[in-house]
Design a protein. Structure first.
Length: 300
């Protein structure tokens, strides 16, 4: 199998947002982004314009975004949950806006304190109001499993995808395994159905809570997905999804694709250095396997 895939690095946002305790200094976030950039990553989710009371670690997103704009060729995504975040992201010059809601009622209420219909109505208006030339990513959480509502039926998830697709013919849509409890056959099936109906516009966002993160990435890729979210060092989690642990590790994903002959554009040794940096952030809980394999430290 040969081909090319785009890695969307999420450690600076999803990886850091769940850290409790001390605030991760802005300079630490900037240093991580620089290391990831030096490794060849050109797409990153760098923060979110959310209430600092709800997610304290994201309070400096404006400053982080300002730094990323100095890095040539870097596409920075900023998550925006509402009109206030939308306005802040546009004012800061974000290349891509990340809208998000959940496919399940339980997680949407826990994460956004809204019904799904309330979230969808506001996000639909934000999609309409996004200036031409600004990229959009619509993230749909808990597509496969919910910590409150259990396993999601394909039909229910795809009904929401259909409604989201109708909002904009061009925007990317991410199908997220928020709890890490999806199975590879489920991931492949949902992606095959989505792409058969609406084309190759989907990204996969996975977690590794149950050790199936890399297998689920491979399943999404086999179904035609060509944009994969991952976090260096396997750090991350969702504060509003009980039990969910880190994102699938970027180094694990890149190693798998190297073995498959799939081009990621990422320099391996530089990525390992960035992953070590991410895993060493105070309060982070690292995951993944490749950093612990001695042989990969010798790989070119």
């Amino acid at each position: 199998m040969t081909g090319k895939v785009t890695i969307s690095e999420v450690a600076p946002r999803d990886g850091i947002q769940s850290i409790t305790g001390d605030f991760v200094p802005t300079e630490v976030k900037i240093a991580l982004i620089q290391a990831l950039y030096d490794a060849g990553l050109r797409r990153m989710e760098i923060g979110s314009f959310v209430s600092p009371k709800a997610i304290p670690q994201m309070a400096d997103t404006a400053a982080v975004l300002a730094f990323t704009r100095t890095l040539p060729g870097l596409e920075s995504t900023v998550l925006v949950p509402n009109r206030r975040g939308f306005d802040a992201a546009l004012a800061g010059g974000a290349e891509r806006l990340g809208f998000f809601m959940s496919a399940t009622a339980g997680h949407n209420k826990a994460n956004l304190n809204r019904t799904r219909e309330e979230s969808f109505a506001e996000l639909a208006s934000l999609v309409r109001d996004t200036p031409k030339g600004t990229l959009i990513r619509f993230n749909l959480s808990c597509v496969f499993h919910c910590p409150f509502d259990g396993v999601l039926e394909d039909a229910e998830a795809l009904d929401w995808v259909e409604r989201i697709v109708a909002l904009n013919p061009d925007m990317e849509i991410a199908l997220a395994d928020t709890t890490g409890n999806a199975s590879p056959d489920q991931v492949r099936r949902v992606f095959e159905k989505a792409e058969a109906s609406w084309g190759q516009r989907f990204a996969f966002h996975g977690h590794d809570t149950y050790g199936m993160g890399v297998a689920n990435v491979a399943a999404a890729y086999a179904a035609g997905c060509r944009v994969i979210d991952s976090a260096a060092g396997g750090i991350g989690g969702c504060p509003f999804a009980p039990g969910a642990t880190g994102n699938v590790a970027t180094e694990d994903v890149v190693w798998m694709f190297r073995r498959m002959g799939v081009d990621t554009g990422v320099a391996w040794n530089g990525l390992l250095a960035a992953a070590d940096m991410a895993a060493g952030i105070k309060g982070a809980i690292p995951g993944g396997r490749m950093r612990g394999v001695r042989a990969v430290r010798l790989a070119a």
